[in-house]
Write a protein that binds this ligand. Structure first.
Ligand code: SF4
Length: 326
């Protein structure tokens, strides 16, 4: 299905993933039939508003969805192995090792009473079984690689001695400690000022030479800076996907068009415009197209049927009745 290519090129292949939360009010599909490949050495951005299902997609990949949630169907192939079938012990070996994640507001999760160095070496000892001296050398190397000056000295400092941007670099160093093949980053620059954000984005651009990155954000400005490819999600569903340049220059879905128009370079020319309305309640989704209540181009059929995928080009797909199906 959408955004899938030759399996051999991909380190991660998500197929028809459905993740639901079983609440007292009813079943909520936080991720509904989503498929994509993450190719080696690329940055794939998942973009969407809060409630679009992007974080639930990331947590599903790491099997970190907690009750009352669960992966209901679909597969997640990591180097060909379906990780939905792995035991909890096998998942623990994978997490933070082969697949690593930077969580939202991760810098606040640093332990305030542990030195920075100890926090980095923990997973080096646990996953890579390094000795104390080797782990220290590797941690210093990682701090240096994320642009932390005087890493030898800073290894022995505590989190409160680091600025917000420096803490974020430490978090990235920790996520990279075991040379993960896949790095998932959930809004990693949201709390940072613009200058520091640009420095952190530069780190991600360099990182893709050694790891594949799934980058989750609501910020299309960030996407335009770093993405090779894009998936646009809304109310748990995929709406548009493709090569980043192509989607940003020629967005097809009315929702993506609205997002792009909000960019300083978009049609609104920097004026503050927003897409009318808000994301629907997942427990009470509209019949037909999920974007229909907010769509300026809605037609009669949109109220009745959720559109299937239409292929715009080899690298570009969309779910909208304005285009034919694949
Ligand atoms: Fe708008 Fe219809 Fe396309 Fe949905 S399917 S985005 S309502 S035109």
């Amino acid at each position: 299905m959408h955004l899938t290519r030759k399996v051999n090129d991909a380190v991660l292949c998500v197929r028809n993933l459905k993740t639901c939360f079983f609440t007292k009010k009813g079943e909520v599909a936080a991720v509904d039939d989503v498929s994509f490949d993450l190719e080696r050495g690329e940055i794939l951005c998942i973009i969407g508003e809060s409630g679009s299902g992007k974080t639930a997609t990331a947590l599903s990949i790491l099997r970190l969805i907690e009750k009352p949630g669960a992966i209901v169907s679909g597969s997640i192939l990591f180097n060909g192995t379906d990780i939905t079938k792995l035991s909890e012990k096998e998942m623990r070996d994978l997490r933070g090792n082969k697949i690593s994640m930077i969580f939202q507001d991760a810098s606040s999760s640093l332990n305030p009473v542990l030195r920075i160095g100890e926090q980095i070496t923990e997973s080096l000892v646990q996953h890579l079984k390094l000795g104390k001296k080797q782990a220290r050398e590797r941690a210093v190397e990682l701090l240096a690689s994320t642009g932390i000056p005087q890493p030898e000295e800073r290894f022995d400092e505590y989190p409160h001695q680091f600025s917000g941007g420096m803490k974020q670099r430490v978090i990235i160093a920790m996520a990279l400690s075991c040379n993960p093949e896949v790095l998932i980053a959930d809004e990693p620059t949201t709390a940072l000022d613009v200058t520091v954000q640009a420095q952190i984005l530069d780190i991600f651009k360099e990182l893709k030479n050694s790891t594949s990155i799934l980058y989750i954000t609501h910020d299309l400005g960030v996407v335009s800076e770093i993405a090779d490819r894009i998936i646009v999600m809304y109310a748990g569903k995929f709406l548009e996907s493709g090569d980043a340049k192509e989607v940003l220059i020629n967005p097809k879905h009315p929702y993506t068009q609205g997002l792009v128009n909000c960019l300083p370079s978009g049609k609104s020319k920097g004026k503050l415009v927003s897409i009318q309305g808000s994301i629907p309640d997942l427990i009470d989704l509209p019949g037909g197209c999920v974007f229909c209540p907010r769509c300026p181009d809605a037609m009669e059929i949109c109220r009745k049927e959720m559109p299937s995928e239409a292929r715009i080009s080899d690298k570009h797909s969309v779910r909208c009745h304005l285009y034919g199906s694949a």
